[in-house]
Design a binder for this molecule. Sequence first.
Ligand code: C5P
Length: 401
Amino acid sequence: MLKGKHIIVGVTGGIAAYKTATLVRLLVKAGAEVQVIMTPSAKEFVCPLTFSTLSGKPVISEFFTANTGQWNSHVDLGLWADVMVIAPATASTIAKMANGVADNMLVTTYLSAKAPVFIAPAMDLDMMRHPSTTRNLELLRSYGNMIIEPAEGELASHLIGKGRMEEPENIARVISDFFAPKDLAGQRIMITAGPTYERIDPVRFIGNYSSGKMGYAIAEEAARRGAEVTLISGPVSLSVTNRSINLIKVESASEMYRQCVDLWPSTDCAVMCAAVADYAPETVATSKIKRERDEVPVIHLRKNRDIAAALGQTKREGQILVGFALETDDEQINAIGKMERKNFDIIVLNSLRDKGAGFGTDTNKVTIFCADGQTRPLPLMSKSDVAKEIIDSITAFEHEA
Ligand code: C5P
């Protein structure tokens, strides 16, 4: 997405400036042309040579070069940029940008730029929540700038709170996502992911090996392409990187059922990627089941409701339902049978036989079957590439329908 893109990286005088070196590296690696502009105080934190080496271009900081008198045109720079990112953005620069105080090369270029602007604030927690900072950020937002919210955590002051500049990898991803085609804009997509845990007693559960990686990858891809995404996730050790994703955490199949059934009527497409437990203990012991000397406890199970089938039964015209199948024999026949039975429009058949496919891996090998008879067998690929193929199949199906 960033190949050949002209990016101005504005660096201001905050300790997080050291992280911007990584950001520049990532952007250049992704094929972008990067021009770094530093405020005078940024140079107290990181020396310009670091940025000029990483970007392959001299850093600009002053309005003109002292020894030659060469003028650095903020107007030309502003027009050159496809996108501008200020990282870190200090309270002072944020205030100047909000109020048009063009007393340095960075703010002057910002005022001349026609390109979209991302701002990644970084400051101490009290500065961050000061009413003037809040108001200035609001103003900047109202001008159409995009704020990359700082994260919470330990700050340079050793205080803990909101104010850490977002990690360079995430800033680079946000910029790259900005250039991604938004073919899912205006669509509401719900995705289930991960396993479910069915409680036996306060310390034990029935679960499965699902890592949630496939469902999370689909959620990220859909959000990247502009969809409004709700991810209903069982217990996993993953987090979402795209902050626009609405993450709902659940534990059991019945909790997942409730969330899905509630959301389904206002959803355009649902992708049922979770490995939902088919059975749950009939009763949950209120205290830990003790080990008895002779007796082996018996756990009576009851059937969980099939979430995907419930959505299939209430599917209305225009809604798309995508399911997954994990079969060990007669894979194709079983997958297509499941698609028909559960009223899916698309079913993704996971291969368990192939190395690198299935639970916990970062890769997967799937075949996508559509209700219109189309079949797409795919080679082993990363789960994010599989996610892209699944979303492509959904959009292709929508266009045909
Ligand atoms: O019948 P089977 O469990 O193999 O079907 C798998 C598909 O159904 C997957 O898409 C899975 O997420 C979904 N499913 C569900 N609720 C269940 C069981 C399966 O949504 N209780």
